[in-house]
Design a binder for this molecule. Structure first.
Ligand SMILES: Nc1ncnc2c1ncn2[C@@H]1O[C@H](COP(=O)(O)OP(=O)(O)OP(=O)(O)O)[C@@H](O)[C@H]1O
Ligand SMILES: [Mg+2]
Length: 256
């Protein structure tokens, strides 16, 4: 199995959007995918078309001390989904204390699921440093950092690099960290300028196909669908297809 963590130091940049749309597109290309929501906001389920009345998830199971085996959620497109679940603020603090005391929580729970070797696991994470991010980074084979083309995202690049070095650089089997530009608007000078600077700074670690800002992305969320199912000709649908193909190639290079 290959574990991919989707992260960012800033909130609202599109981590959950990238996780859900990438998982749907990879599934369309025949790749088996499991997505896991490591964010107590529990938003991934909406992006994946899980009915709102469902309250179960890994957070609830952790509170109850049971394994994740009985969580059986699937998006309409066939992506296996482990939501965080609905938890109160007090319960969230209990879960977070448990994670601090059990640094192997995520790895152990995944091992218990007995997943196939060829599955790709995408982890959605909360913004900024957190115990969930630590758990994700400590087992990730690949890290995808989502960035907007604005000054705020550019400003947090050094802090992101420090974090990635701490977790990934010296771990055996770590395949690399890559940056993904989201909500790119090529008609805006700032967007184009930041893209150029980031390309210069990151070189091959920048995913070469930016995800454009596209109304179809927000509209598709209103229908709880991936953008590919909402409008397959939308710019963002094509962007996610290129992104998925790029990632599949990276996975092939790994096994070659
Ligand atoms: N490429 C895009 N084009 C248009 N809108 C987008 C795009 N990507 C994300 N959005 C919108 O931006 C908003 C934030 O996206 P999302 O919730 O995925 O961010 P996030 O990084 O997961 O946020 P959080 O840090 O709170 O977890 C959503 O309304 C989403 O529909
Ligand atoms: Mg999110």
């Amino acid at each position: 199995m290959t574990v991919i963590a989707v992260i960012s130091m800033k909130g609202g940049v599109g981590k959950t959007t990238v996780t859900s749309n990438l998982s749907a597109t990879l599934t369309r290309f025949g790749q088996r995918v499991l997505v896991i929501d490591l964010d107590p906001q529990n938003a991934l389920r909406l992006h994946c078309g899980i009915p709102v009345h469902e309250t179960g998830g890994i957070g609830r199971d952790t509170l109850q001390g049971v394994s994740w085996e009985n969580l059986d959620f699937r998006s309409p497109g066939g992506v296996q989904v482990l939501p965080f679940g609905v938890v109160s603020d007090e319960e969230c603090m209990v879960i977070e204390r448990h994670l601090v005391e059990h640094p192997g929580w995520l790895g152990d729970n995944l091992a218990n699921l007995g997943l196939d070797e060829d599955i790709v696991i995408l982890l959605d994470t909360p913004p900024g440093p957190s115990v969930y991010l630590q758990q994700a980074l400590s087992i990730a084979d690949i890290v995808l950092v989502v960035l907007l083309t604005d000054a705020g995202s550019y400003a947090v690049l050094p802090a992101t690099e420090t974090l990635l070095k701490h977790y990934g650089a010296f771990r055996r089997g770590f395949l690399g960290s890559y940056y993904v530009l989201n909500q790119v608007d090529a008609s805006r000078t700032l967007s184009r300028d930041v893209m150029e600077v980031v390309r210069h700074d990151l070189g091959a670690r920048l995913m070469p196909f930016p995800i454009h800002r596209d109304e179809a992305v927000s509209e598709s969320l209103a229908y709880q669908k991936p953008v590919l199912d909402y409008d397959r000709y939308a710019q963002a649908s094509q962007d996610f297809e290129q992104f998925a193909k790029w990632l599949i190639q990276k996975l092939k290079d790994k096994t070659a």
